[in-house]
Design a protein around this ligand. Structure first.
Ligand code: SF4
Length: 367
């Protein structure tokens, strides 16, 4: 990864909340991302204090079901890309999805996420629509539903919203069109992604996006621009995390050009802190990828900035087939272990679980 030596903050530390809630330049944000040691601690502490003052100490739980690893796309970083012939493809059965939803509701998780590889065929669209309706009905509307099902037509987003989905997560991965083009085949278009995000906003979803941190060909300045771009997009929630390589992907060939695990961890943690200071009232997820890099990753992300966590309720038989990257967490946990483990992580971060609450985005509510 290329990086630049910051000349900022060498003598005294700035007032991070004042700097980042104003109009920082990309170079100033970059300098924050590059802080290490005590200076990084100061940045993260400032983010923690801002988090406590805005969204508070509650962490909302989103039960994650990785619904299917069938995908029409071929992103160069993704283990379940259509071009990987070694993946056993699956779709979780309707009964299992509804069982997971029942478990989540009874356990007080408050919300559920249906995530999948991208399909646009009518059978898929109709099945998701029907599942969303069934989950809403089964939980008496108490379980908030987030979808993360890729790029779709505006009519499809509208159908799923009408069925009862509240939130949609569609990551941009990067705001650089050049880098986007190096991460995807030619028929994957960054403009389409932005059009989808606009359609989601127009349809009334709480809109989430996110980026990957520590990619080959990515600069720290580019990550700074990405974070500013997320603010420009005015997203309600963010799911971002470190890039972790997968051996059956084209990007594996460039693994010598990415930061060490520790480097990606430090950069990601600073990015979380910067994001919380740039956008104090959004929902930010403590994602599985950071926990896969470091055993205390999800806990530290919750302390610094995050207020959402996603216990994995994908059935065991399918869980290991949703293998996006190496060393992915939660492949062996049972639902109960997952609940206990998640509560332990939340408490260790000095936070409280927001059981039986949907935990909708404050930014969305205030818009
Ligand atoms: S990142 Fe998403 S859209 Fe791209 S190949 Fe993987 S599952 Fe499919």
């Amino acid at each position: 990864m290329e990086s630049r030596n910051p000349s900022f903050f060498e003598q005294t530390l700035p007032d991070f909340p004042a700097l980042l809630s104003g109009n920082p330049s990309p170079e100033e944000v970059e300098a924050c991302l590059q802080l290490r040691g005590e200076k990084a601690e100061a940045l993260r502490r400032a983010a923690h204090e801002t988090k406590m003052k805005t969204v508070g100490d509650k962490v909302y739980l989103r039960a994650l079901v990785e619904y299917s690893n069938i995908c029409r796309k071929n992103c160069f970083y993704c283990g379940i890309r259509s071009g990987n012939p070694e993946v056993r493809r699956y779709a979780v059965g309707r009964k299992e999805v509804l069982e997971a939803a029942r478990f989540a509701h009874q356990a007080g998780f408050g919300s559920m996420v249906l995530q999948s590889g991208e399909r646009q065929d009518e059978a898929f669209v109709a099945e998701i629509e029907s599942l969303v309706e069934a989950i809403v009905q089964q939980s008496g509307g108490e379980l908030g539903i987030t979808l993360s099902l890729g790029e779709q037509k505006a009519e499809t987003y509208a159908r799923w919203r009408k069925a009862g989905a509240l939130r949609y997560l569609l990551r941009i991965e990067t705001s650089s069109t050049e880098l986007y083009a190096r991460l995807h085949p030619v028929d994957h278009d960054f403009r389409t992604r932005l059009d989808c995000l606009k359609a989601l906003r127009d349809t009334g979803y709480q809109v989430g996006s996110g980026i990957m941190i520590g990619l080959p060909f990515q600069t720290t300045l580019q990550i700074a621009k990405d974070l500013l771009f997320l603010r420009e997009l005015d997203v309600d929630m963010v799911g971002m995390g470190p890039y972790i390589e997968h051996p059956k992907t084209p990007l594996w060939a460039y693994r010598g050009q990415i930061p060490s695990w520790q480097g990606r961890y430090d950069l990601s943690m600073n990015a979380w802190a910067v994001l919380r200071l740039l956008m104090p009232d959004i929902n930010i997820a403590s994602t599985t990828a950071i926990g896969s890099l470091h055993p205390k990753g999800r806990e530290e992300a919750l302390y610094v900035a995050a207020n959402v966590i996603m216990p994995n309720l994908t059935p065991f038989s399918e869980r290991k087939e949703y293998f996006l990257y190496e060393h992915k967490l939660c492949i062996e946990e049972s639902h109960e272990d997952s609940r206990e483990n998640i509560e332990r992580i939340i408490r260790a971060a000095g936070c409280r679980p927001g059981y039986f609450e949907q935990g909708n985005s404050l930014r969305f509510r205030n818009r």
